[in-house]
Design a protein around this ligand. Structure first.
Ligand code: ZN
Length: 274
């Protein structure tokens, strides 16, 4: 299905990082955007209940809170700290009216990926009852394997599906980000598996530039890179997903540019290349 309007466009606050949440909310609303995903740094020094009122007044739906996770740690104290912090993230999401906390699951350089995965599973199980009490879902976002050293030991949608199925809670699902998953030959099959489980909780878009000059902060606008976003979106929607298309771009280049112009480019790229 062609995208013909902005009704399903959501922007992550990190995408327009130079803006405060107040500036972002105003600019998104002025641009006709209806969805916002809030990064926790945007809430610093603010009461999430007040921010909730502001976003509501601007006609913005809060799609999710980014991000929780980072469960693995070498010491038990470190793992407990991560669990406590995830509970705080769930509290913030609840206050903000966000139905979802996105999990970047974590990894520790030098600790085996298998051990990190065990710790991730234990961490999610430890916070799920709190998520359920707060009416907030948790979404496992697999990250590209280039981040397996220190950001996430969950690197394919198959691993995310395995984990979600092993825990089997209706408060837990997966988040599909084209930047992390576009290369995977099993992607279509694994998206179908999500459809069977009815657990796709979010869909993130941007593009993979050639060459990529920074492993973290050089993401491209949709259409600037090599990802066939419409194809992947088609698979995700055939699997039953009908939520927002979330633009999540970390880019030193775009952060240094005029953010109003950037927002306009996002809208054009969304309509043409998503
Ligand atoms: Zn993402």
């Amino acid at each position: 299905m062609e995208i013909t309007d902005l009704s399903r466009l959501c922007i992550h606050t990190i995408t327009t990082k130079p803006w405060s949440i107040e500036e972002a909310a105003q600019a998104y609303a002025d641009a006709g955007i209806r969805g916002i995903t809030v990064w926790r740094n945007a809430l610093e020094g603010r009461d999430p209940l007040v921010v909730r009122g502001l976003l509501h007044d601007k006609g913005l739906s809060v799609v999710s809170l980014c991000r929780g996770g980072f469960f693995p740690a070498v010491s038990p104290e470190g793992r407990q700290e991560a669990i406590d912090d995830n509970k705080r993230a769930i509290d913030e999401a609840s206050a903000l009216g966000a139905p979802l906390v996105v999990l970047v699951c974590g990894a520790v350089p030098g600790q085996s990926l298998e051990e990190s995965r065990r710790q991730i599973k234990a961490g999610i199980e430890a916070v799920l009852p709190h998520a359920e009490n707060c009416n907030v879902k948790l979404g496992i976002e697999p990250l590209h394997p280039m981040y397996a050293d220190d950001r996430s030991a969950i690197n394919t949608l198959a691993q995310a599906n395995d984990l979600a199925e092993a825990i089997s809670s209706r408060w837990l699902g997966v988040v599909i980000d084209v930047y992390h998953l576009w290369w995977d030959p099993a992607l279509e099959e694994e998206i179908k598996r999500c459809g069977h489980n009815k657990n796709i909780l979010a869909f993130h878009v941007c593009d993979w530039k050639t060459p990529t000059t920074d492993l973290l902060l050089d993401r491209g606008l949709m259409g600037e890179g090599c990802i066939d976003i419409p194809k992947i979106r088609g698979w995700v929607e055939q699997a039953g997903f009908s939520g927002f298309h979330e633009v999540e771009i970390f880019s030193n280049t775009y952060w240094q540019s005029d953010q109003h112009e950037f927002l306009n480019k996002i809208k054009q790229a969304y309509l043409r290349f998503t």
